[in-house]
Design a binder for this molecule. Structure first.
Ligand code: TRP
Length: 359
């Protein structure tokens, strides 16, 4: 069986370093590993509309921003098909058939959707499109016969829902769909990078993100004002690592060689942590180190982003071509599904013959 990756992001803002460590970086590694037969990266505009339907301009304004973030991180359209969800209408048609295979109570049990409903104040009147987005996500994944879905931890319930739909479809209609496996970040700190303010998640509305497009000075300012341990007041005080965002970011980003380069008095992160918890190490020093580490990782991304932004027409055409290519694959899956479901009346010469022989 071919090895196929599908993953994507909602275009509701530019991508930040949480997206980067949680998913983008890995995607690029997987792309360059040469182990995959096909890779699809989707800008999930239709899914973004499920909770932004009143603000389509918010989605529209971020399509090219996200495409730039992808290219900046090293996704290569020669190796990965980058496309826009709504430009593949087959996905909507597939969703319609999957709706039959899922119950409302199953959808309402999805823990990610549950917390999103609470966050958006949708309890009193829940839009059907929103509660169904995991079904549409199952279409995204299965339409491309994906075997591997690299995502962050919050997407686990979506992959579980997809697997259930696949098993149900195949058991009713025959073996057509491929059951995908999830691929989570390997480093625990990357599972969900907190915001710079220490809140559980980076989110645009909280203003606690470091964006891939942020310039050097903006990144530095954000790092220098990051949340640490509120009990660590004097340098001599022992500091706590738990919930200390600066150390969580170091867990996600720093490698031993960064110490040799920027902070040679420590051998590695363990040594730095030991000094911090014992007392005698100030936050400013740790933050300056983190800033160096982040700048080293982000500088080439920022540069590439600028280059691609300078030839945005090319990016636009790349997205168009990717969407056309993606459509062919989704259409192939839909055709096989409809044949299995026996609703391929105009492609199936037996349809008419069967009617006549019943007379
Ligand atoms: N739900 C994902 C997110 O919020 C985006 C997404 C849509 C996706 N369809 C997908 C991710 C299919 C993986 C596979 O980021």
């Amino acid at each position: 069986m071919d090895k196929v990756i599908l993953t994507g992001d909602r275009p509701t803002g530019r991508l930040h370093i949480g997206h980067y460590v949680g998913s983008l970086k890995r995607r690029v590694e997987l792309q360059n590993s040469g182990e995959y037969d096909r890779i699809y990266i989707m800008i999930a505009d239709a899914q973004a509309l499920t909770d932004n339907f009143e603000h389509p301009e918010k989605v529209r304004d971020n399509i090219l921003e996200v495409a730039l973030d992808y290219l900046a991180c090293g996704l290569d359209p020669e190796k990965s098909t980058i496309f826009v969800q709504s430009a593949v209408p087959e996905l909507t048609e597939i969703t319609f058939y999957y709706l039959n295979l899922v119950t409302l109570s199953r959808l309402e049990r999805n823990p990610t959707v549950k917390s999103e409903i609470a966050m958006r104040g949708f309890e009193a009147s829940l839009p059907v499109g929103f509660v169904c987005y995991p079904i549409s996500q199952a279409s995204d994944i299965t339409a491309f016969k994906a075997t591997t879905v690299p995502v962050g931890e919050d997407q686990l319930p979506m992959i579980e829902q997809t697997r259930e739909i696949v098993r149900k479809f195949n058991s009713i209609y025959g073996d057509v769909l491929v059951e995908p496996a999830v691929l989570l970040p390997s480093n625990a700190a990357c599972l969900r990078l907190p915001g710079t303010d220490g809140k559980a998640k980076m989110s645009k509305s909280l203003g606690n993100c470091i964006y891939l497009a942020d310039d050097e000075e903006t990144v530095r300012k954000k790092v220098m004002s990051m949340y640490t341990d509120p009990g660590h007041i004097k340098v001599s005080d022992p500091g706590k690592l738990e919930g200390n965002t600066v150390f969580t970011y170091l867990d996600a980003f720093c490698r031993d060689e960064h110490f040799a380069k920027y902070l040679p008095e420590y051998e590695n992160l363990d040594a730095l942590k030991a000094h911090y918890t014992a007392g005698g190490l100030g936050d400013v020093k740790v933050k300056k180190f983190l800033n160096n580490v982040l700048q080293e990782e982000l500088a080439p991304i920022r540069e590439r982003r600028k280059e691609y932004a300078g030839r945005i027409e090319w990016v636009y055409e790349m997205l168009r071509a990717g969407s056309e290519k993606a459509r062919l694959e989704a259409a192939d899956t839909l055709e096989k599904m409809k044949a299995a479901m026996k609703i391929n009346y105009f492609e199936d010469s037996d349809f008419l013959k069967d009617f006549i022989s019943r007379q």
